[in-house]
Design a protein around this ligand. Sequence first.
Ligand code: GDP
Ligand code: PGA
Ligand code: MN
Ligand code: MN
Length: 609
Amino acid sequence: MGNAPVQESVEQATTTHEGLAAWVAEVAALTLPESIRWVDGSVQEYALLTDHLVNEGTLTRLNPELFPNSFAAFSDPKDVARVEGRTFICSEKERDAGFTNNWMDPAAMKEILDEKFAGSMRGRTMFVIPFVMGPLDAQDPKFGVEITDSAYVVASMRIMAQIGSEVLRKIEETNAFFVPALHSVGAPLAPGEKDVPWPCNEEKWIVHFPEERAIFSYGSGYGGNALLGKKCFALRIASVMARDEGWLAEHMLILKLISPENKAYHVAAAFPSACGKTNLALLQPTIPGWKAETLGDDINWMRFGKEGELRAVNPEAGLFGVAPGTGWSTNPNAMAAIVKGNSIFTNVALTDDGGVWWEGMTNEVPAHLTDWRGQDWTPETGRPAAHPNSRFCTPIDQVDMLSPDYYSPEGVEIDAILFGGRRKTTIPLVTQARDWTHGIFMGSTLSSETTAAATGAVGVVRRDPMAMLPFIGYDAGDYLKHWIDLSAGGNQERLPKIFLVNWFRRNAEGGFAWPGFSENSRVLKWIIERIEGKAAAVETPIGFVPAEGALDLAGLEVSDADIADALKVDAAEWKEELAGIDEWYARFGDSLPAEMAAELEGLKQRFAA
Ligand code: GDP
Ligand code: PGA
Ligand code: MN
Ligand code: MN
């Protein structure tokens, strides 16, 4: 990010919040920036920053006739995804980070961070970004302040969260607690040194102090590592807040469905990164009479309401979506939002007329592109034009199907929770849990093939409890216990029904057995009709699956063999799966809740019967 100092920004704002003033002074004394800018969040400021980034070569301004007020960024090829191996939960006790997290003693980690951040902003502007996750008028608004030396991060944060002066005023007025979130790309500039388009550091540290509720991110400019309101705050730190305060911070989309009888239902769905949340969140149903509205595509904060009903809000203001596979035929609602403009694309390809393109955007493949690494690309090139984890960053209020309830601080009542992953085998298209605890069991044993959203091997099956494996900010067994204990306080009649789904099972030819995307509305219809007590199901050892003819397949051109492949419960596959679950649960040690061990035992017995 060409963060040579933004000249217009040297004027110093102040704050009446003593804690914030002290922290900003302390960080400046450590990181030694050339100037400090308090981010006001205005349109003028956004224009100033993006102009600056264009001059520095970090951003390419897109053709305004195709993508108004939009930009493309191209990262260092080694800084394209979240770095789970470099992500730490530094709780006081190692036990409290659990086996799913990297841990280091907080004092030892602070020494490392002090050394890394010392002088790390030399030659750059230090930006102070006050932000709030969720509505500013919530009863207990969740504030953060990100300090960063990346103007790209400031511009992206403006899309993903509410930032700026109004937030700062509220923090000051209420003398609020805020999560301090310090970010540096880790690339100080010597006097006169020319910047590179995407400064970053080979060495990356994404560090959370759950007791202090503090975040430190060093060395990366990539969204999931650098936009600290998102994964670091709204999932890792928020999951700890949620444990302490009695709510849930989850990696879930929120979708409203309206039936032909005009009844509204809300569905929350947890799928691992790059496994279909944004697509399902922006669903365009194919079945007649059904309508969908979206509330969120990645993060869901849930708490029980006055009547013991589970209510959900989306704390984010934007979509940070996987670009490849997002297209006019698969996800027209996303495309319509994107082409309205005001977006930042990262690691997509450029078209010759100044637009962007990625695999799957259009059926027709352009004859020539500039790929994400700046090289000439033609359909014969033989490698993807856009990076598999390339992203669009777009304001959520540009989505036409956005539910007006998105703006409600009380949120919406959740009727169904879906857990899903990317599995070639074993997991049927849809299975309803026998009851709530069984549903938590399904979530706790969720598994999925790894994707390009995180660095490392792609396509390896791993357990990913509630799609939160990289995001649980504390011990994973305690996390499951929190789900179990918390729900005991809710209205048992109104607990959401829980389902396990898999859009990614393969047929005998290796293709997807289920067409997916908009056709997933058929599965949602069955789910809603189960809640209404209308749809037929068959009980199997793993739960309830659609009875013959219960899934609405009218007008769908899929072979009976494919449907059978998508739906089957295969005892041989499950034998292997049970062994995998055994191994997984063994890793929890003492912290596995007894309720979960009992569920596994029950499942084994049902298979043995
Ligand atoms: P997210 O990261 O969980 O939000 O996932 P996305 O919705 O962005 O999707 C990630 C990738 O999975 C994209 O390449 C999509 O095209 C693909 N995808 C999403 N939904 C489906 C589906 O129903 N079927 C198949 N086969 N692919 C899907
Ligand atoms: P995703 O969000 O879940 O849409 O991929 C970003 C991430 O999880 O890294
Ligand atoms: Mn995500
Ligand atoms: Mn997404």
